[in-house]
Design a protein around this ligand. Sequence first.
Ligand code: C5P
Length: 403
Amino acid sequence: MDQNQESRLLLGIGGGISAYKSVDLVRRLKERGFDVRVVMTHAATTLVTPLTFQAVSGHPVRTTLLDATAEAGMSHIELARWADWLLIAPATADLMARLAAGIADDLLTTLALATEAPLCLAPAMNQHMWRHPATQENLHILRERGARILGPAEGDQACGDVGPGRMLEPIEIAEAMRPVTVHQLTGARILLTAGPTREPLDPVRYLSNRSSGRMGYALASALGSLGAEVVLVSGPTALAQPRIAELIQVETALDMRAAVMTQVSSCDIFVATAAVADYRPAESAGRKIKKDADELVLRLVRNPDILAEVADLASPPFTVGFAAETDDLERHALAKLTAKGLDMIAANQVGGAQGGFERDDNALTVFWKDGRRDLPLMSKTRLAQTLAELIAERYRGRHAAST
Ligand code: C5P
């Protein structure tokens, strides 16, 4: 990955009168190092012309989903993948309602569903519309899903009312976007494990677990967005390769360990999100096991603990582990932090109603030697981004302390 790449920001313009302020917003974002591409709703084009945004962003502006010429250049799916961030400013009450409901009836709302980029909204509307229970419910839904809400401000409104609903000033929005995108990990090489492992019983059967790999892949992308060069060692998953430097695909815990040990000496940070099988069959049959016997006894042997081995190296990287616990989260996580000699551990409660395996949402509590941070239930994409920032913060802090 290009270490000096700009953060790619897709700016959605809704049909609010403050759309004119978003022209300045594009300039402010560009000043802060963002590569900005603009998508406008139909209503927004009646307030400001696409040509204005094209001139300030330096890129053609997209307004419709079914535009054969534009799709031939960069399809909407490519545009969704391109984005590191999706910022919608102004976000009208109608747009917020459509986003909350998952409606995809125009290009912008379709992109919001198709992208994995975190969503930021700068609401702008009349104060009564803002206070309306429907808008507040939509706001709640979007926040719960991990959207970042910037504003609105209070004050004089275009319609003559006074109250909450004014879009934040462009400079405030641009500044609010900046801290999360500073390339805090530029120059760092990060090794990450993800997904389950498969432990073969015979050529057609294996032991495995329910890990989807989603959290690990989202974290790999998020760390990459902070400027790190990410090498992902992944067990089998159904996920597309995230935008990272290298993906190494493995099957078994032993394969995963071998790949990790080959890479680790060149890495500054090791993050173990993989659900590595603790045991593997002592023997893997060369041929398919037949169902002749009434009883079949499997003998399992322990797999190596990859994370503990890495943390135990003579000069280990900054190590981050994960702990999935059904009970007594804090005690078990802290015990693992110490026993494995880790720098950080991200613990999540599994087996309950909230988050965990095979879910889009998750919540984590992160512990380190003398601190902790609770990351509440949010989308795995947003959670990964928050965790990546915390890893960067702790890694830089330790680095600064030791130099
Ligand atoms: O001890 P436990 O399996 O709960 O520890 C979980 C953490 O250790 C995770 O970060 C996981 O990726 C890592 N791990 C590992 N190798 C194993 C087992 C777990 O790297 N064999």
